[in-house]
Design a protein around this ligand. Structure first.
Ligand SMILES: Nc1nc2c(c(=O)[nH]1)N[C@H]1C(S)=C(S)[C@@H](COP(=O)(O)O)O[C@H]1N2
Ligand SMILES: [Mo]
Length: 252
């Protein structure tokens, strides 16, 4: 679907949700059904709230498009990343043996997983497209442990609303709501195209969120926290991206 048609559809959807009462009614409905992005009344404004709510109503249970193996890009483009931090260098010794993904926050059993723990826990894969907001994209097979399995292991508490994830690079962290966190295609990824996940694509562990733009798929993740409030993190916007004018919810 082209961007324009998609936008038209979203606007149409907003009108349908809003009905004669306009945006205020739609905003009330969105709030009642938990379809509000964090900070809906603040800088994101009603446009972003409606985009989020309508996309969630229409696509919450749908998968990201999957491709045939023959469509895998011969030369996937890796976005340049910042030079590895000291922490990354330390954790990369001995083939990432000491790399851990810790899980805490609103969970019954906080803990941490090594890359091999994750590999032995569960394996899932999909051939999907990674799309950068700057305009390029590529298709690859992503292999990993579904995030919902990791969350199951930790036991998410009923108040949980978001999962926030952090990497070895303090500038790169992000968050998703529980419907994306529990979505079967959302992976803690450790493999790509039948091999280990290359460093430039985020190895050894990368969050892979195929239902949103590339920037939500943070490379080099080391820590997840489950929360009911994004205001506690960074500048309170759920991600550094909104500070640069990008949406917190980047559904595609
Ligand atoms: N740690 C980290 N994660 C990151 C980035 C980064 O620079 N550092 N770039 C993001 C952006 S903007 C995009 S579009 C995708 C690019 O993924 P690719 O390198 O697999 O193409 O990774 C995202 N994850
Ligand atoms: Mo990007």
């Amino acid at each position: 679907m082209s961007l324009i048609t998609r936008r038209r559809m979203i606007t149409g959807g907003v009108a349908a949700v809003a009905g004669v009462g306009g945006l205020a009614v739609a905003a009330r409905l969105a709030r009642r059904y938990g379809l509000v992005p964090p900070d809906d009344g603040g800088i994101y404004g009603p446009g972003e709230t409606m985009n989020y709510a309508v996309q969630k109503v229409l696509t919450r249970h749908t998968p990201a498009r999957e491709f045939a193996r023959s469509m895998i890009s011969a030369e996937p483009f890796a976005n340049p990343v910042a030079p590895p931090t000291e922490l990354y260098k330390k954790l990369s010794l001995n083939n990432f043996r000491d790399w851990r993904l810790s899980v805490d926050g609103l969970v019954a059993r906080p803990g941490s997983f090594s890359v091999s723990d994750l590999k032995s826990m569960a394996k899932s894969s999909h051939i999907t497209e990674t799309t950068c907001e700057e305009g390029w994209s590529y298709v690859a097979e992503w292999i990993g442990t579904p995030l919902y399995k990791v969350l199951d292991e930790a036991g998410i508490l009923p108040q949980a609303k978001y999962v926030v994830y952090f990497s070895t690079d303090p500038d790169w962290w992000d968050s998703i709501d529980m419907s994306d966190a529990l979505h079967p295609q959302t992976l803690v990824s450790w493999g790509m195209n039948d091999g280990d996940l290359p460093v430039k694509f985020g190895g050894p562990l990368r969050m892979r969120v195929p239902k949103q733009l590339g920037y939500k798929s943070v490379k080099y993740i080391t820590h997840l926290t489950v929360t009911d409030d994004l205001k506690k993190f960074g500048r309170g916007l759920g991600s550094p991206e909104p500070e640069f004018g990008y949406a917190w919810y980047a559904g595609i």
